[in-house]
Design a protein around this ligand. Structure first.
Ligand code: AQP
Length: 341
């Protein structure tokens, strides 16, 4: 079989399961913005169907979906250059998701560490949706034949599963229809850790607000959270090796490097020898300078929710021009009967 060449296309999504965090921004959105100029077509998604795999208050879900869209736009994603959607307005995601539920194997899904982390000790009480989440995520990506997916490090395993699903579908049906999508996991902050515990990922749903910087936090709150962030008593090292076994110090340095668009080596060359008492105010000033314009613009956009809804409705129409033919072709491959055109 001759190998199909797929046009470069970027897809990625974020759950509106709470407010955006600095982890989402540095791990994902910052890269979304650069990729929209590097690749001809990019689609960015508020994955609301994923969000309800754990309980979401309906009113809060609507608010969070619009606020996430505002966060994307305020960070530099242009609705003119990229297609901006919420997942539930493009039904082909869920439709292909069902087909992939029938392709993915139970054993593959049982190995997903994010399910184990999120379901916790009481996995019997977790929703079926939380277990099946990675098959829907594969559909989100492959319903666009996306070739590149910018994500944080925690999504690596789900991207590997996406490739397994594509390969099994192609193999089982004897086609070369779905691409082998490449994860794009780049930069100094692919895994931003909690400000309270350097071994835990910074997360929207962490019960402790002090553990994260929210994109809507004001300057005082950002400065206070950084001042109180867990650190240690030693001075900062001048070389990366000196960050070994110092997870909190490494995290704060990674955050600084990513926000300043520097490498960790460059940052350490500047701050090596300083105590946290001196470094934390530098980090707070940088964070406020970078994040305040974004939160200001988010607030402005949120004052006109109808405009956000218009952008998402337009995005859904554009998205369906791509997804409807790919789903129909998938149905043909699988053997579903449909009316002759
Ligand atoms: N701490 C992080 N560091 C780097 N990247 C991160 N991402 C999330 N947290 C970090 C990246 O953001 C994108 C969207 O993630 P998501 O909201 O869809 O799911 P998540 O990874 O489960 O994010 P949260 O904040 O932890 O959400 P909740 O609390 O609802 O589970 C992904 O590219 C992710 O890698």
């Amino acid at each position: 079989m001759t190998e199909t060449t797929f046009t470069p296309r970027v897809f990625s999504g974020i759950q509106p399961s709470g407010g955006l965090t600095l982890g989402n921004y540095l791990g994902a959105i910052k890269r979304f913005v650069t990729m929209q100029d590097e690749v001809a077509e990019s689609i960015y998604c508020m994955v609301d169907l994923h969000a309800i795999t754990v309980w979401q208050d309906p009113k809060a879900l609507q608010h969070n979906t619009r606020e996430l869209a505002a966060g994307f736009i305020a960070s530099g994603i242009s609705p003119e250059k990229s297609i901006l959607i919420n997942q539930s307005q493009v039904p082909e995601h869920a439709q292909l998701g069902w087909i992939f539920n029938c392709v993915a194997r139970m054993g593959w899904m049982q190995r997903m560490t994010q399910f184990k982390d999120k379901a916790g000790k009481n996995s019997q009480a977790a929703s079926l949706g939380l277990f099946g989440y990675p098959a829907l995520m594969a559909a989100d990506i492959l319903v666009y034949h996306a070739t590149h997916v910018p994500v944080g490090d925690d999504q690596k395993q789900h991207l590997e599963l996406t490739r397994d699903i594509a390969a099994k579908f192609n193999h089982d049906y004897g086609v070369d229809f779905f691409p082998m999508t490449e994860p794009v996991i780049e930069g100094a902050a692919t895994r931003v850790m909690s400000l309270r515990d350097g071994s835990k990922k910074m997360s929207k749903s962490d019960p402790s607000d002090a553990s994260r910087i929210n994109m809507t936090d004001n300057a005082d709150t950002i400065a206070k959270k950084i001042r109180k962030a867990k650190s240690d008593a030693d001075a900062l090292p001048s070389e990366v090796k000196g960050l070994e076994d110092r997870p909190e110090a490494r995290n704060l340095i990674n955050i600084y490097a990513s926000m300043a668009d520097m490498t960790v080596d460059q940052v350490l060359a500047n701050v090596g020898g300083k105590q946290f008492g001196e470094f934390k105010p530098m980090l707070a000033d940088l964070a406020v300078a970078k994040l305040s314009p974004i939160s200001g613009e988010m607030a402005r956009l949120m004052s006109d929710p109808a405009e956000i809804d218009r952008i998402l409705a337009k995005g859904a129409l554009q998205a369906r021009e791509i997804t409807a033919p790919i789903l129909q072709k998938t149905y043909d491959i699988v053997g579903m009967v449909r009316p002759a055109i």
